[in-house]
Design a protein around this ligand. Structure first.
Ligand SMILES: Cc1cc2nc3c(=O)[nH]c(=O)nc-3n(C[C@H](O)[C@H](O)[C@H](O)COP(=O)(O)OP(=O)(O)OC[C@H]3O[C@@H](n4cnc5c(N)ncnc54)[C@H](O)[C@@H]3O)c2cc1C
Length: 395
């Protein structure tokens, strides 16, 4: 253990914890120590779709996503290292039910400065000729969207944190948060105790395990989700635009050359509550079949593909599908940055800054961290859009 005492301990080495550690180090937080039980990005981050976009349904999230997207487009200068960001463009497809909501959300996003437009089915067919527009009433296209490499991103944040003097410790589980007189005094780990003036838990799907012994009930459920690998047949090899099909819950994102990652976000894809230390790491046969069927409905050329299996991963779901970025409600000096509900990758650069500011200055600049307080669930003040989509969802 490099320090027996530390100014701030960050628990969790995913994209959120590493970004927070980097921003704390940048802001001169003193001795910053990140503790990860596995290796960097060994949780959800390493199994993320890692898509980056600005389109959101709530203005707070749009502005946060815009700041983050700017960083991914300019990662070497803004962070250092390489997140391997690839711009693909992102096309959302909606049926008749969501036509008005899509138009209203695009208008709101455009007003805030997002480069985004609606497309008629004939425009969609021109943009992605391999696509069937059956059942599609409107498309939404964001040309500057893309995806990055989540592992490279976490290592880049951690590398910059280390360059600025932070210590990164992997293979070390935090077994409990130590409290004295209602205030955090450090953490117990499997390799010894660390004293700390502040502790930030960026522990994703594992968060309730640290919260429960403190008497803090975080409304987070670990949900298993699955991704399927498809090898694109020759007729689809040039298809690299990210496609989110809201009519059936399928989403497609190019992956390393001629492969495509196929995800599912229909309600039936988000029901499996699991133990985050013991869940199915490989995709199930029936899921591969179900997702492949959806793929063929929207992109008929996928009938000639070879499914290459898939994998399981985790969403740390909250009741409104948005994260908790907050002080602990029961322990002073303890902070939560968790519950990203399947859309935290793209937000990691801006969330790292917001949480570091919350810890060091008590408030975040630019975006209201207050909107992500844990008490919103009790208060019924959820972060909900004015124009929600009704069809199969993607956060
Ligand atoms: C299939 C899939 C696709 C996704 N696609 C996208 C996408 O396209 N775009 C997007 O923006 N987001 C996406 N997401 C969501 C995004 O990946 C996550 O929101 C993000 O990675 C969460 O990062 P994190 O650091 O909070 O969590 P994690 O990466 O899970 O990190 C938490 C870390 O804490 C560690 N830890 C937990 N408990 C302890 C402890 N007691 N002691 C020490 N260490 C501990 C864990 O080992 C883990 O490494 C997707 C997620 C999945 C599963």
């Amino acid at each position: 253990m490099p320090y027996k005492t530390s100014d701030v301990v960050v628990i969790g080495g995913g994209v959120i914890g590493t970004s927070i550690a980097m921003h704390l180090a940048r802001m001169g937080a003193g001795r910053v120590l990140l503790v990860e039980k596995g290796y960097l990005a060994s949780g959800t981050s390493g199994r993320s779709g890692a898509m980056v976009r600005e389109h959101y349904l709530h203005p707070v999230l749009v502005r946060m996503a815009m700041e983050s997207s700017g960083i991914f487009h300019n990662f070497r200068e803004a962070v250092g290292g390489d997140a391997w960001f690839i711009q693909t463009g992102r096309l959302l497809l909606f049926g008749q039910h969501d036509m008005e909501a899509a138009q209203a959300n695009v208008a709101m996003n455009r007003e805030l400065g997002v480069n985004i437009e609606t497309l008629a089915p004939s425009d969609i067919a021109n943009l992605v000729p391999q696509l069937s527009t059956e059942g599609v009433a409107i498309g939404v296209y964001e040309p500057t969207s893309g995806y990055a490499d989540p592992l490279a991103t976490a290592y880049a944040f951690a590398g910059q944190a280390a360059n600025l003097g932070a210590e990164i410790v992997t293979g070390c589980e935090v077994t409990g948060i130590n409290v004295s007189g209602g205030r955090v005094v450090g953490v117990d780990t499997e390799h010894g105790t660390i004293e700390a003036g502040a502790v930030v838990a960026a522990t994703g799907a594992w968060s309730t395990r640290l919260a429960a012994p403190l008497g803090e009930a975080l409304p987070i459920k670990p949900i298993r989700v699955q991704m399927v690998h498809l090898r694109r047949p020759p007729a689809l090899e040039s298809l690299t635009t990210t496609v989110i099909d809201r009519t059936n819950g399928a989403y497609f994102r190019a992956n390393a050359g001629v492969n495509t990652l196929l995800g599912g976000e229909a309600p039936e894809d988000l029901t499996e509550v699991v133990n985050p230390d013991a869940y199915g790491l490989n995709a199930d046969h029936d899921t591969i079949t179900r997702f492949w069927e959806r793929a063929r409905m929207r992109i008929p050329g996928f009938a000639a593909t070879t499914p290459l299996g898939g994998y399981g991963s985790l969403y740390d779901m909250t009741p409104d599908g948005n994260p908790i970025l907050d002080r602990s409600e029961v322990v002073d000096g303890l902070y939560w940055a968790t519950g990203f509900s399947g859309h935290g990758f793209k937000l990691s650069p801006v969330v790292g800054r917001m949480v570091a500011e919350l810890v060091l200055r008590g408030e975040s600049s630019g975006h209201p961290v207050h909107a992500f307080r844990a008490s919103r669930f009790r208060e019924g003040d959820l972060l909900k859009p004015d124009f929600p989509y009704t069809e199969a969802s993607h956060p």
